[in-house]
Design a binder for this molecule. Structure first.
Ligand code: MLT
Length: 312
């Protein structure tokens, strides 16, 4: 009997084809309520998800036959990893497939903030012509501080260097030699906060990074500095950020991710003109979604057929 795979979130059709061509039996059932998913999960060897399906301990209790969960994307926050480990279920993700896409959004945020693109758009659409108000800044010659130069941060470094920015970075997991090859100088966090004209965060949300950017840190940033977070909500204290923007201490900020998603409509940041945001679309390009879906399908097939564990 061939292994059975349940695809419970929207994966590209190419991914389903990869699974089928590997001889696996595939069911695509997107948008099931938790009860409905719990009722059927016992019939599957593998589960393929994006971020919508919540793989809870309760769901895993019913997953008596499940061997592997594949997350098409980077963050595995929607999977109860402890519960999966307890049940011997392997969890895979695709750390590489969306790196360029997320880094490009971070760069777009920095450019958009320096040139006031969202606020100027709103102004022109409101019938105004405020050329003086929207005088901006060049990226060229500015110092970019990148917190975390893994898969995504290192792509951003590459693009920023190409745009003639000076790049400094904090990353405790990379050697100064490897950083130098990327064209970046490693510094301590305190120095990064104080020296950077624009700061972009590329670290996961952990106990160490929760509220990493708090009121004290924001106060240490340069007057007029920009802050961008396309990583995870919860790394930035959003209320403190709203205060730092409203007081004019920070020049602008952009968030693709929020502590609570979606954020409440009366969120304090929404009243601030120098704040721009997007609805957690960092990895949402056709290219990245196709790449991560195909990657997770190949990884699931390799595990079910050969026992190979790979996070591509
Ligand atoms: C990821 O972790 O891959 C991205 O944040 C995208 C997502 O969660 O949907």
């Amino acid at each position: 009997m061939s292994a059975r795979v349940l695809v419970s979130d929207d994966l590209s059709p190419e991914a389903v084809k990869v699974l089928e061509e590997a001889g696996l039996e595939v069911d695509v059932k997107v948008g099931l309520k938790p009860d409905a998913l719990e009722a059927i999960i016992g019939g599957y060897d593998a589960l393929a998800v994006r971020s919508a399906t919540k793989v809870t301990a309760k769901l895993l209790e019913r997953a008596t036959r499940l061997k592997v969960i594949g997350r098409a994307g980077v963050g595995v926050d929607n999977v109860d990893l402890d519960a999966a480990t307890r049940r011997g279920v392997v969890v895979m993700n695709t750390p590489g497939g969306s790196s360029v896409t997320v880094a490009e959004l971070a760069l777009a945020m920095i450019l958009g903030l320096y040139r006031h693109v969202p606020a100027a758009t709103a102004s022109v659409k409101a019938g105004k012509w405020e050329k003086k108000k929207f005088q901006g800044h060049e990226l060229s010659g500015k110092t970019l501080g990148v917190v975390g130069i893994g898969n995504i941060g290192s792509v951003l470094v590459d693009r920023a260097v190409a745009m003639k920015m000076r790049v400094i970075a904090y990353d405790p997991f990379i050697s100064p030699e490897a950083a130098a090859k990327l064209g970046v100088t490693l510094v301590e966090l305190d120095q990064l906060w104080a020296e950077a004209d624009a700061i972009s965060l590329h670290v996961p949300l952990t106990e160490q990074t929760r509220n990493l950017v708090n009121a004290g840190v924001l106060a240490r940033m340069k007057r007029g500095a920009l802050l961008v977070n396309c990583a995870r909500g919860g790394i930035v204290d959003e209320r403190a950020l709203a205060d730092a923007l409203a007081s004019g201490h920070l020049g602008g900020a952009a968030l693709d991710v929020f502590e609570k998603e979606p954020p409440p409509p009366d969120h304090p940041l929404f009243a601030v003109e120098s704040f721009v945001c997007t609805p957690h679309i960092g990895a949402s390009t056709e290219e990245a979604q196709s790449a991560v879906a195909v990657a997770i399908a190949e990884q699931l097939a390799a595990y079910l057929q050969k026992g190979v564990v790979k996070n591509a």
